[in-house]
Design a protein around this ligand. Structure first.
Ligand code: KG4
Ligand code: ZN
Length: 364
């Protein structure tokens, strides 16, 4: 059972109203497609945190109503933890705890060490913005979203597809954000403002209106995608080196296999995924991601997290007082190691962002 609806970019009261109008029919439709009734489910998993309160409360209220009516246990789910564990559904035989996780979406960018279903340690997070938001804003600014082929697509996907057509990836210069801090913290405002400045200059010099397609937009997309990839890749490399310093996977003969999970909408990007995989493999890590439809926000990830939690500690949820569960706009992971990463003062010899040429699109 799941409950997670998404109406990106819509203002909160309207999103809440959409949730209200659709929650009952979405759940009914889901059950009928699975040829099940609520009586057949063991428990009801629901996203309760972190997120937009107005939307979360609609799902939570309905999940509580079903849980009471059918006497089912309720499993409250952390949205970001659900993204992180999603890859285990499809890679269950290979992807075991612990693993390092990179989550990048339109609302977040973070790195965490994941020891178990409920043991997450934060290594770094975005101080401002997110890669997905940058892609979405840049795609609109350069006029991509007015092209019919991208009318149904996200800004991130539009930028990715145009980037593969570039002829000169160095035509535009983008900054390397936060390159001096020896931490795993992200910042996207510098990249965003550099993109806006380049676009405004081009609009002026080419005498085009805001929103019209800019000249050399393919080269812009490639430069922007590479700069964003470089930032994420470097922070992830430091996180890997931190894991190694801490012996996170164990040492010697007892060491566990080293895994990096990449999830969230931005993990749909084949170039960024390849860059992370190639970099991580240099340190002996295998990189996993969910199939693309499960990287972006979805209900399956909430249901899957419910299953993982149920298997881990069924009794906890059988005894949980449903009234005590509330929606929260924020909830930090169990442990915060951001300062510890900085204290370790890890110097890295940066691996290079791969070339864009040999990229082939993955169709999942
Ligand atoms: O995880 P998600 O569905 O929702 C949240 O923001 O939580 O992520 C949506 C984001 C959007 O900003 C979108 O531009 C980005 O994921 N995205 C991509 C790609 N597909 C979606 N970014 C880069 N490359 C893609 N192929
Ligand atoms: Zn999400």
């Amino acid at each position: 059972m799941f409950s997670s609806l998404r109406y990106g970019g819509i203002n909160p009261p309207i999103a809440q109203e959409f949730h209200r109008q659709n929650i009952e029919s979405v759940v009914a439709d889901c059950l009928s497609r699975a040829k099940m009734t609520v009586n057949d489910v063991d428990a009801i998993a629901v996203a309760s945190r972190p997120g937009l309160l107005m939307s979360l409360v609609v799902g939570l209220r309905y999940a509580k109503h079903l849980a009471r009516k059918y006497s089912k246990p309720l499993i409250p789910i952390h949205h970001m933890e659900a993204h992180a564990l999603m890859a285990r559904l499809e890679h269950r035989s290979e992807l075991n705890f612990p693993f390092l996780c990179l989550l990048a979406s339109g609302g977040h960018c973070l790195l965490a060490m994941v020891k178990s279903v409920n043991d997450f340690s934060l290594l770094g997070e975005a101080l401002d913005g997110s890669p997905g938001e940058c892609f979405d804003k840049a795609a609109r600014a350069i006029g991509l979203m007015n092209l019919p082929e991208y009318s149904e697509s996200s800004g991130g996907r539009a930028i990715e597809l145009e980037a593969y057509k570039a002829t000169n990836v160095n035509r535009f210069a983008f900054p390397s954000p936060m390159s001096d801090g020896r931490n795993c913290q992200f910042s996207f405002s510098g990249l965003k403002s550099a993109a806006i400045t380049i676009v405004q200059d081009l609009q002026k010099s080419s005498q085009i209106e805001p929103g019209q397609l800019i000249p050399y937009h393919e080269d812009f997309c490639a430069g922007f995608l590479r700069a964003t990839t470089k930032h994420i890749m470097r922070k992830t490399q430091r996180a890997i080196q931190y894991c190694e310093r801490k012996g996170f996977f164990g040492f010697g003969a007892n060491a566990k296999s080293r895994s990096l999970v990449f999830s969230g909408g931005v993990a749909c990007n084949d170039f960024i995924f390849r860059a992370m995989s190639e970099m991580a493999s240099e340190f002996g890590y295998k990189t996993f991601r969910p199939s693309k439809r499960l990287c972006t926000d979805n209900g399956v990830m909430i249901a899957w997290n419910g299953i993982e939690r149920w298997i881990d500690n069924e009794q906890l949820y059988r005894e949980l007082d449903i009234d005590s569960v509330t929606a929260l706009d924020r909830e930090p992971f169990k442990t915060n190691l951001i300062d510890d990463v900085e204290r370790k003062n890890i110097q890295c010899s940066w691996l290079k962002v791969p070339s864009m040429q040999s990229n082939t699109l993955v169709q999942t």
